[in-house]
Write a protein that binds this ligand. Structure first.
Ligand SMILES: *Cc1c(COP(=O)(O)O)cnc(C)c1O
Length: 457
């Protein structure tokens, strides 16, 4: 017997039960990957199984391998949690099984994206006329934005890259900060530019672009199609490039400016941090994540372009079954996928739940808690290595080995989870405060646990 409503209730209950344990369970347990795989099964079974059994089996097998990344004391990578309404909305998106291709496949999904996209532009201070694509994350957003940049720069040079590709095309320059995110390089690989095309610009002590060096690099090469990649929110330090003067320099060369703001773009949403990204609205394209600081479930990212026509020209396609549909541009004209999950519902729900005041409070609180982390650890004898301008903190416990040992010890201890990084040749503990549910008490007990592990070494 297949009772779908009861099955969905069971799934929702299991998710709810897991969420209820988030604040107290060890953040990550050590688990043997081969045990987990063995649990999921050996050879592919030939017989079918009732869906209720499949669900219960999945819940039982997966449980020990779940990490409390959605909880208040996961400070690794740049991992947001997921707002209650956004989590429930994403479950609806799956239950409704809507295809967010265009306004025929799901009028509701298209409308939710249109409205949520408008709210995002408003919050982030982007031009109201910019186009928005709801993509899987920062990587996809960077790739789409750089594809649009490639289109526009080459079209201006008289080259149709969509038709003729890159062989024989006019040379394009790509100028990017030395501290750019690795996804920029992967996007360049995927777009056929290759990574060697990058003309790197030096970074300052906190990882923001050195504007004088940007002027030097731009001036050292020929005038022509040029893409300048700037960043809001360095993944280690949180540093934001000084966008206004950097964009002015790029503009003077006729260049396209892309801003990778996977999490740092959210600085624009709060009056307290807005100055960090001053001039942001002058760029041509922007990448931002929903699943990091907005606390939308995975996967969720946004690509914005100031010129919607360039966006559509680079990304959309025509097919016979779409002709005469009268719905252009459609949501799918701004993303690399055709059929896809209706990501707009969860984004709309997170924004609706928070409201403008809630977004500001979320950004401000995470930044304040990052400073609280830094103060607590510093008071306990640790060295804070970065200028804590946003939600990221870099910490040293004396030397590389000792720092790595503290990180490993904290991960095993289980109060909180954070990772390590190499920054300017040093091994450092890396803390990212990005979760909507993190409180002062979570930070205090995490600081206490970290210092306890450090003193026990
Ligand atoms: C996280 C991050 C990315 C990649 O985003 P994903 O959502 O993981 O694809 C790109 N750039 C920066 C600055 C980031 O922090």
């Amino acid at each position: 017997m297949n009772d779908l409503p009861e099955l969905l209730h069971q799934a929702a209950r299991a998710a709810a039960d897991f969420r209820a344990t988030l604040a107290d369970r060890p953040v990550a347990r050590s688990i043997d990957a081969s045990d987990l795989r063995a649990g999921f099964g050996g050879p592919f079974p030939s017989s079918s199984a009732p869906p209720e059994e499949v669900l219960q089996e999945l819940i039982r097998i997966a449980e020990p391998g779940l990490v409390a990344t959605a909880g208040p004391r996961f400070f690794g990578f740049v991992v947001g949690g997921s707002m209650p309404a956004a989590t429930a909305a994403d479950m609806l998106a799956v239950g409704w099984d809507q295809m967010a291709f265009n306004a025929v496949s799901s009028p509701a999904a298209a409308a939710a994206e249109a409205v949520a996209g408008g709210w995002l532009k408003d919050l982030l201070g982007l031009p109201g006329s910019a186009s928005v694509g709801f993509v899987t994350g920062g990587q996809a957003a960077n790739t789409v934005a750089l594809a649009v940049a490639r289109h526009q720069m080459l079209a201006a040079a008289g080259w149709d890259v969509e038709r003729d590709g890159l062989p024989g095309a006019p040379r394009v320059r790509v100028v990017a900060g030395a501290e750019r995110h690795a996804t920029i390089d992967r996007s360049l690989r995927l777009l056929g530019f290759g990574t060697a095309i990058v003309e790197p610009v030096a970074a300052d002590a906190n990882g923001a672009i050195d504007v004088a060096d940007l002027a030097r690099v731009l001036g050292a090469g020929p005038v022509g199609p040029t893409i300048v990649c700037l960043q809001a929110g360095n993944v280690n330090t949180g540093a934001c490039d000084t966008l206004r003067p950097a964009i002015d320099l790029a503009r003077a060369c006729g260049g396209w400016v892309h801003v990778d703001g996977a999490f740092g773009l959210w600085a624009a949403a709060s009056p307290a941090t807005r100055a960090l990204v001053d001039g942001l609205e002058l760029a041509d394209s922007w990448a931002c994540d929903g699943h990091k600081w907005l606390n939308v479930p995975y996967d969720s990212g946004f690509v914005f372009c100031a010129d919607p026509r360039a966006h559509v020209a680079a990304v959309s396609y025509i097919a016979a079954y779409l002709e005469g549909s009268g719905i252009t541009p459609a949501p799918s004209d701004f993303v690399p996928e055709s059929s896809r999950r209706a990501r707009g519902f969860a984004v709309w729900a997170a924004l609706r739940e928070l409201g403008r005041a809630g977004v500001v409070e979320l950004i401000d609180r995470c930044c304040r808690l990052a400073r609280r982390f830094a103060q607590g650890l510093s008071a306990g004898g640790a060295e804070i290595v970065n200028d804590v301008v946003l939600n990221q903190v870099l910490v040293s416990f004396g030397n590389d080995t000792r720092t790595d040992n503290v990180i490993g010890g904290v991960q095993r201890e289980g109060t909180c989870w954070l990772g390590g990084t190499t920054w300017r040749g040093r091994r450092l503990m890396r803390i990212s405060v990005s979760n909507y549910s993190t409180t002062d008490a979570d930070v205090d007990c995490s600081v206490e646990a970290i210092l306890r592990v450090a003193s026990g070494l």
